[in-house]
Design a protein around this ligand. Structure first.
Ligand code: NI
Length: 137
């Protein structure tokens, strides 16, 4: 287990009050866990900015009835086979599909894959959730 270190933080009373309100809303039990998460959030951002190995998910919604759409989406995913580690397809209703694509690799490629999928006609929504491999955070 990692060694824990205690340290003091000085900040304005009002800012601390706002922070505590925020913690309550976000269901944190203590300030330490909230501060840890804030730090990790920034470290993850840095990994993405610096082009380090990252992990994340792409979520997209499309109407599968559109001709050629599914083939086009498959072609794109095969082009990025080196970073896709898993996909899940959910039939939301008679027309709409939800697809979750888990990726691990370079951030530029994850962004490029997201952009390529998003740009396909009839993809209603696509979003990239930027996360981490869990290393070095
Ligand atoms: Ni479907």
């Amino acid at each position: 287990m990692a060694q824990l270190v205690r340290f003091g933080i000085s900040l304005e009373k009002e800012l601390l009050w706002k922070f505590d309100v925020l913690l309550k809303e976000k269901k944190y039990n203590n300030r330490s866990e909230a501060i840890r998460d804030l730090i990790r959030e920034d470290l993850v951002k840095k990994q993405w900015q610096e082009g380090k190995e990252i992990a994340g998910t792409i979520t997209m919604i499309y109407n599968h009835h559109q001709r050629e759409l599914v083939n086009k989406l498959m072609d794109i995913q095969h082009d990025f086979g080196n970073i896709i580690i898993s996909t899940q397809h959910v039939h939301l209703d008679h027309h709409n599909c939800l697809e979750i694509i888990a990726v691990k690799g370079r951030p530029q490629q994850a962004q490029e894959l997201t952009d390529s999928l998003k740009a396909v006609k009839w993809v209603k929504h696509a979003t990239l959730s930027m996360s981490s491999t869990g290393k070095n955070i």
